[in-house]
Design a protein. Structure first.
Ligand code: PLP
Length: 380
């Protein structure tokens, strides 16, 4: 199988698998227990926290809290920051469904405003400024879009939020491990991650929460309990957390890895665009993740294409993994493109395990699938 669905989930690194197995065996105690087994588990937990904090440039930030996944981190951020002082919630139209649904849950209590993106998927910073100027806001923005890979100008968005006293949460789930960034450099108040997106194990999310004076007011945790500094209750998933820290340690090689992936991505794009007349890459002119291709395949239903590709040995996606319900991508439509066009879009996402041979074979298989699939008359 040529696995080109790394924005859905990634293969854990061999050293991660080993560390998770080792932690399962070694740390039998609960990190909250006072006996020596508990103390050893607590030590491993805190050491993993230091590694993750350091890996994302958050050493002097505030709380680094472990959750079960990106979705939980995002919902926790909403829950913690939506205090009485916040009058409105602001998200972009191209957010992941985890953010859109979290925002929807609070809609009855506070108005929800949307910031549009351009036809290249780029955030409209003027509209963001207009919205945050209106009243005290909680803003949640995606750093790197999961479908197109388009990278938002988060530092500029952070500067706008700070100017108007708005709280900024960054959904960095897709960015982590696919581009280098430091939370210290992003002017945000919170950020969410998910280890399974960067070759760590499933079952470990991270939420960074910055403490900066009056801007930090704790609302209600999503899960009550004494763990994680009282911000996330429940016994920590220590083996997954230890594995996540090992995955973060591999980031020291990230620059070389991302350069190699970008070259493979460019090669795949060139071959696909050449093989399929009228095809296009969404967000091609924008600053993008090095691994992601949102590929418009004219007159072909993407669900049908993904099925054919799977049969031929290529794993790809018709959009976000979480939206396999069949609805055309809201991200592509947010870029001003039609529902028909969104239905003809396939996402290919590469990883450090992708090879040149994979790319050559995948391009041929996609071209074959395209030429043998039925034509959709209305899709343009
Ligand atoms: N945010 C983005 C941008 C994502 O791509 C995803 C998952 O695809 C999530 C949030 C949710 O993360 P998780 O699957 O760990 O809950």
């Amino acid at each position: 199988m040529i696995y080109l669905d790394n924005n859905a989930t990634t293969q854990p690194l061999p050293e991660v698998i080993e560390a998770v197995g080792d932690a399962l065996q070694r740390f039998s105690g609960n990190p909250s227990s006072p006996h020596s087994a508990g103390v050893a588990a607590r030590r491993a937990l805190e050491s993993a926290r230091d590694v993750v904090s350091h890996g994302f440039g958050a050493d002097d930030w505030g709380d680094v809290m472990f959750t079960s996944c990106g979705t939980e981190s995002i919902n926790t951020a909403f829950s913690l920051f939506l205090t009485r002082d916040i009058a409105q919630v602001i998200v972009s139209t191209a957010e992941h469904s985890a953010v859109l649904r979290a925002a929807d849950r609070w809609r009855d209590l506070r108005p929800l405003r949307h910031v549009p993106v351009s036809s290249d998927g780029v955030l409209d910073l003027d509209k963001l400024a207009e919205h945050v100027a209106a009243s005290p806001s909680f803003v949640s923005l995606v750093l790197a879009n999961n479908e197109t890979g388009v990278i938002a100008e988060i530092a500029a968005a952070g500067e706008i939020c700070r100017r108007f006293g708005a709280i900024l949460h960054v959904d960095a789930v897709q960015a982590a491990g696919k581009m280098a960034f430091s939370l210290a450099a992003l002017d945000c108040d919170a950020a969410s991650l998910s280890a399974h997106k960067f070759h760590g194990p499933r079952g470990c999310g991270v939420l960074f929460v910055r403490r900066r004076g009056s801007r930090f007011a704790v609302g209600r945790p999503l899960l009550s309990g004494h763990q994680e500094n009282g911000l996330r209750g429940g016994t920590e998933n220590l083996p997954a957390i230890v594995g996540a820290a090992v995955a973060v340690e591999s980031f020291c090689e990230l620059h070389g890895i991302t350069q190699r992936i970008a070259a493979l991505r460019d090669g795949l794009e060139t071959q696909l665009l050449r093989a399929i007349a009228g095809s296009e890459v969404h967000g091609a002119r924008a600053n993008r993740l090095p691994n992601t291709i949102s590929f418009f395949c004219p007159y072909r239903d993407s669900a049908e294409m993904v099925r054919r590709l799977d049969q031929a040995g290529v794993a790809a996606s018709a959009g976000a993994a979480c939206s396999t319900g069949g609805a055309p991508s809201h991200v592509i439509q947010a870029m001003g493109l039609s529902a028909e066009r969104a239905s003809c879009t396939i996402r290919f996402s590469l990883s450090r395990f992708t090879t040149t041979a994979d790319v050559t074979a995948a391009a041929r298989i996609v071209a074959d699938a395209y030429h043998s699939a039925l034509t959709l008359p209305r899709c343009a």
